[in-house]
Design a protein around this ligand. Structure first.
Ligand code: ADP
Ligand code: 5GP
Length: 188
């Protein structure tokens, strides 16, 4: 397998990783998104093989048993997410830079694995109140799911110091500009 570089985005759910990554993908032609596997159901507008590889719990367990994952986490009780080994291989073989959207544990594990080949970015909400508003206004999660995401975010927000860079996502344009700046510096 060829090797290359990787950009890791981690944050609690609702902080704006997906929004920022979509904007950056339009700017950086060299980027290719690492499509994670998940056992959660698709949200309206999500496409299999584009946003995620959506799987049943049984299919996910088969990939775990076959040692197909570089990393995986049960991010929420009963819902698993993971990076298939085949994703970085596919992207680096095409000469592209891998872009990851993973939870905080996944980000720490992947940074440990890729070392200096990866830039790890923590996306911080302006406040917990704004994070809650964004999760609600996204309109994709049940009250129960929002409560689970907020509960988990309390622990995750303590972890920003374990990342190379922290970007506060208050004004979206400013957050995207800051991400572009640190990524351009990293890619050289
Ligand atoms: P994540 O991928 O981290 O779970 P999303 O990108 O889905 O988060 O963002 C959560 C919600 O917040 C979405 O509805 C998105 O449109 C909104 N959002 C993201 N960034 C901002 C921002 N800077 N200002 C206002 N709303 C934002
Ligand atoms: P969502 O359900 O909002 O798409 O994602 C929930 C959380 O799972 C987010 O923090 C997202 O970054 C994380 N996630 C998505 N894919 C992966 C993955 O492959 N590995 C890990 N560890 N977390 C992931």
């Amino acid at each position: 397998m060829k090797t290359g570089k990787a950009i890791l985005f981690s944050a609690p759910s609702g902080c704006g990783k997906t929004t920022i990554i979509k904007r950056l993908m339009q700017h950086f032609d060299c980027f290719d998104f690492s499509i994670s596997a998940t056992s959660r159901r698709p949200r309206a507008g999500e496409t299999h093989g584009e946003d995620y590889y959506f799987m049943t719990n049984e299919e996910f367990a088969q990939h775990v048993a076959a040692d197909d994952f570089l990393e995986w986490e049960e991010v929420y009780e009963g819902t698993r997410y993971g990076t298939l080994k085949s994703e970085p291989e596919r992207i680096w073989d095409n000469g592209k830079v891998i872009v990851f959207d993973v939870d905080v544990n996944g980000g720490k594990n992947l940074k440990r694995y890729f070392g200096d080949a990866a830039l790890s970015i923590f996306v911080m909400p302006p406040s917990v109140e704004v994070l809650e508003q964004r999760l609600r206004s996204r309109g994709t999660d049940s009250e129960e799911s929002i409560a689970r995401r907020l509960e988990r975010s309390e622990r995750e927000l303590q972890e920003s110091g374990n990342f190379d860079v922290t970007i506060v996502n208050d004004d979206l344009d400013a957050a995207v500009a800051e991400a572009r700046r640190v990524i351009e510096q990293f890619l050289g």
